[in-house]
Write a protein that binds this ligand. Structure first.
Ligand SMILES: Cc1ncc(COP(=O)(O)O)c(C=O)c1O
Length: 431
C-alpha cells in the first residue's frame, strides 16, 4: 500500500482498523495541562481502565476475608496464579505448566541463572549481546563472580561490525561456534532495548544447543510485542517483565519460562523457598525441599496478589484481541508508518536529520524505532515532550518511539511527524 503523509490517510487507516476499539480501554497521560500522544509503551505500558476495579476487588477480598482470602471467596489467592498461567502461556508460545508469574525481572534472571548457569571445567563462559540492558550486564557479571570467575574471561560480548549498529546473526552464530566447548550459557535479550533489534531467536537457540550450551532469553522488550515460540524453539529458560508491552503497571510482576524438558532434571540448582515446594504438601511444613513440578517449582515467596491482579486484567485484553495474531499485523503496519513519517520529516527539513538504527525488516524488529538525531537530539526530545509527545530518551543519543497496537493510532503517528518537524525547525533555527 502506498503510504501518505496526510491526516486524511491516517484517519482512514484508523477507521479500517478493527483493533481500534481497544484504545478506549486505556488511560492516556494528562499533565502540565496537556493530553499526551503516548509512544512509550516500550518502557511503561498505559493503564487499562479496568485496573482500579480489579485492585479494588482484591482490596475488598482482603477486607472481607483477611487471612481466609487464601482459601475463600470467588478467587482464592492460593490458586490465583493458575488462571494467570493460562493467560500468559500464549504470549510467549509456551504451555501453562512452563510459565509462572513471580518476583521481578532481574530477580528472576538471577534465580534462573542459579539453575541454568552451571559452569563445569573449561565450559564456564556466558555469551551475550554487547550493549545489553545494564541490569542484564550487572546480573551476569555478578553471577560469574559468584562462581569465582573473572568477568573479563567469563563473559563474551558480541558487538556489531565497525560502522554498523545492528548485530548480524551470522556473527552471533560464528562467535558461539568459535568458543564452542567453553560456553556454558547463551543469554541474550530477545529485542535489544537500545536498537530495537529482534534477534533471530530460533537460529541462536539452535546454535547454542549445537555446541552443548544452555540457551536463555530476557524477553523484557519482546513479550507482548512480537510472537515468540519458546516451547517450539526449544529454549531452555526465559523471563520477562509485564510492565512494558503487557501494561501491568510500574514494577509489575515478572514471568518465567522453563522448558518442560527440564521439569524432572534433579541436577539443577535452585534457590528455594516455601512457595516452590510441592503444592499439595506445602502446608505440612516439612524439612527438605521438594519442588512442585513445572515452572511453579521455581517460586520462592507467596503469591503477590495485587500485581498479579493487574497482570491478569491486562492479559484479558490481549486475549480479547486474539493475542498477537492481529495485534502483530497492526504493529507491523503502525511501525512501518512511523518509519515512513520519520523519513517524511527529513524530506520536509531537507536534511538527513534523523537516522533510524532499528532494522528495516519487520521480522527483525518489534514496535520500537530507535532514532538518532544528527544534531541536538536531547533538546529535540525535550521539545517533543513540551509539545505533548511522550517517547523516551536513552543515553547516549537515541530517541525511542514505539506505537503500540492495542492503543496507538495512525493519527498519533501522523501528528507526531508534524510535531517533530515543527520542534526540529524551531530548535535548529535557534542555534
Ligand atoms: C532488557 C531488560 N532487562 C532488565 C530490565 C530490568 O527490569 P527490572 O527492573 O524489572 O528488574 C529491563 C528494564 O527495562 C530491561 O529492559
Amino acid at each position: 500500500m502506498k503510504l501518505e503523509n496526510t491526516l486524511y490517510f491516517a484517519k482512514e487507516q484508523d477507521q479500517r482498523d478493527e483493533l481500534n476499539i481497544f484504545r478506549e480501554q486505556f488511560l492516556f497521560p494528562k499533565f502540565k495541562d496537556k493530553s499526551f500522544i503516548y509512544l512509550c509503551g516500550n518502557s511503561l505500558g498505559l493503564q487499562p481502565k479496568v485496573a482500579k476495579e480489579v485492585l479494588s476487588k482484591q482490596l475488598d477480598n482482603w477486607a472481607t476475608y483477611a487471612v481466609e482470602g487464601w482459601f475463600d471467596g470467588d478467587e482464592p489467592w492460593m490458586f490465583y496464579h493458575k488462571e494467570l498461567k493460562k493467560l500468559m502461556a500464549p504470549i510467549v508460545g509456551a504451555m501453562p505448566s512452563e510459565v509462572c508469574p513471580m518476583n521481578t525481572l532481574t530477580v528472576n534472571l538471577h534465580l534462573l541463572m542459579v539453575s541454568f548457569y552451571q559452569p563445569k571445567g573449561k565450559r564456564f563462559k556466558i555469551i551475550m549481546e554487547g550493549g545489553a540492558f545494564p541490569s542484564d550486564q550487572y546480573a551476569i557479571e555478578s553471577q560469574v563472580k559468584f562462581h569465582g570467575f573473572n568477568p573479563k574471561e567469563a563473559i563474551i560480548e558480541v558487538f556489531p561490525r565497525n560502522g554498523e549498529e545492528i548485530l548480524r546473526t551470522e556473527d552471533i552464530v560464528a562467535k558461539i561456534k568459535e568458543n564452542g566447548d567453553e560456553i556454558a550459557l547463551v543469554l541474550f535479550g530477545g529485542i535489544n532495548y537500545y536498537t530495537g533489534q529482534w534477534y533471530d531467536m530460533e537460529t541462536i537457540t539452535k546454535a547454542g544447543h549445537s555446541i552443548g550450551a544452555i540457551v536463555g532469553w530476557d524477553l523484557a522488550h519482546a513479550a507482548g510485542n512480537v510472537p515468540v515460540k519458546l516451547h517450539d524453539w526449544n529454549v531452555d529458560f526465559a523471563c520477562w517483565c509485564s510492565y512494558k508491552y503487557q501494561n501491568a503497571g510500574p514494577g509489575g510482576i515478572s514471568g518465567i519460562f522453563v522448558h518442560e524438558k527440564h521439569f524432572n532434571n534433579s541436577d539443577l540448582n535452585r534457590f528455594a523457598g516455601w512457595w516452590g515446594y510441592q503444592e499439595s504438601k506445602r502446608f505440612k511444613m516439612e524439612k527438605g525441599f521438594i519442588p512442585e513440578s513445572g515452572a511453579d517449582g521455581w517460586q520462592v515467596s507467596c503469591t503477590q496478589v495485587m500485581p498479579m491482579a493487574l497482570y491478569h486484567a491486562s492479559l484479558q485484553i490481549f486475549q480479547k484481541a486474539g493475542y498477537l495474531n492481529k495485534l502483530r499485523a497492526k504493529s507491523i503496519s503502525l511501525t512501518k508508518y512511523l518509519e515512513f513519517i520519520i523519513n517524511e520529516v527529513n524530506k520536509d527539513l531537507s536534511i538527513d536529520q534523523y537516522k533510524i538504527i532499528t532494522p528495516k525488516n519487520p521480522e527483525e524488529r518489534g514496535a520500537q524505532l530507535s532514532i538518532i538525531a544528527a544534531e541536538k537530539g536531547k533538546e529535540i526530545f525535550d521539545g517533543l515532550v513540551e509539545y505533548g509527545i511522550l517517547g523516551d530518551w536513552r543515553e547516549p543519543n537515541v530517541i525511542r518511539l514505539s506505537p503500540i497496537p492495542l492503543y496507538n493510532s495512525f493519527e498519533d503517528i501522523y501528528l507526531t511527524g508534524k510535531a517533530l518537524t515543527e520542534v526540529t525547525r524551531k530548535i535548529l533555527k535557534s542555534n
